[in-house]
Design a protein around this ligand. Structure first.
Ligand code: FE2
Length: 256
């Protein structure tokens, strides 16, 4: 019965999104094809070394300032400045970048999103869970488009974004329910549940490792996390978009 409810919700989601795509100026291109197929696509060289350095310095500055509405995780590793686009033009340029908006439009049909930009620095600290607090989907039903930009080199030790390719696809989501791997509507997962899923669905974890200045577009309905960081710091920008209002729980994170 619960699977049937989810099935109906998925159908409605699909109908609304495809209807929007049909009446938008969305085009299919290579980036969009890869994104649809796997849930993640990488674009190298979005920013130069100099631009990355400038933005890193600005993030450090905001983290130091007393009047920043800063979010810090329990381990003190993850420092986040949400809505940075609303107080800083340099960051707003990324949030409004035409290439990112084009990616959003092609994937979701959304041309006038609400949203914000998060700038974050995560430092290697004992006990950090990585960015995002472990394996999850941003939504169990709705497809999400997020743009992630690394402002520092990220290898396997620097807490890369990890993604399970194909886990955003409706058929895969159904199979996990039918096989009893996940509960219907579940969107946070333990390590054991992920191991069972990888095994039963013959999947593997992809690490988005890249040089500074690289961008990834990702459908964060797919299962992902920031890997716990064991070395140095990772500087990152995250574009959040919604086709309706910004969810209420983000309000307290707004810059004043
Ligand atoms: Fe997430």
């Amino acid at each position: 019965m619960r699977v049937l409810v989810v099935f109906i919700k998925e159908l409605v989601e699909s109908f609304i999104r495809n209807f929007r795509l049909l009446f938008s100026r969305a085009k299919s291109n290579h980036i969009n094809t890869v994104l649809k197929e796997t849930g993640i696509v990488k674009i190298d060289g979005f920013y130069t070394k100099q631009e990355c350095k400038k933005l890193r310095d600005r993030i450090d500055d905001y983290i130091e300032r007393e009047n920043t509405n800063l979010w810090v995780d329990d381990s003190g590793a993850d420092h986040r400045v949400y809505f940075i686009n609303e107080i800083d033009d340099e960051f707003n340029k990324f949030y409004e970048h035409p290439q990112i908006r084009e990616g959003l439009l092609n994937y979701t049909g959304c041309s006038k999103p609400s949203g914000m930009l998060l700038a974050a620095r995560i430092d290697a600290k004992e006990g950090n869970l990585g960015s995002g607090g472990g394996w999850h989907r941003d939504s169990p039903i709705r497809h999400q488009f997020k743009a992630v930009c690394y402002l520092s080199d990220v290898d396997t030790n620097h807490g890369p974004f990890q993604y399970i390719k194909g886990s955003h696809r409706k058929m895969d989501v159904f199979m996990t329910y039918l096989l009893g791997v996940f509960k219907t509507g579940q969107y946070r997962f333990t390590k054991d549940e992920i191991d069972t899923y990888l095994n039963k669905r013959s999947k593997e974890i992809t690490e988005f490792t890249a040089k500074e200045g690289a961008v990834a577009f990702s459908d964060t309905k797919g299962i992902h996390r920031g890997k716990p960081i064991s070395k140095g710091s990772r500087y990152v920008l995250f574009c959040y978009f919604w086709d309706g209002a910004i969810p209420k729980h983000f309000e307290k994170l707004r810059q004043r």
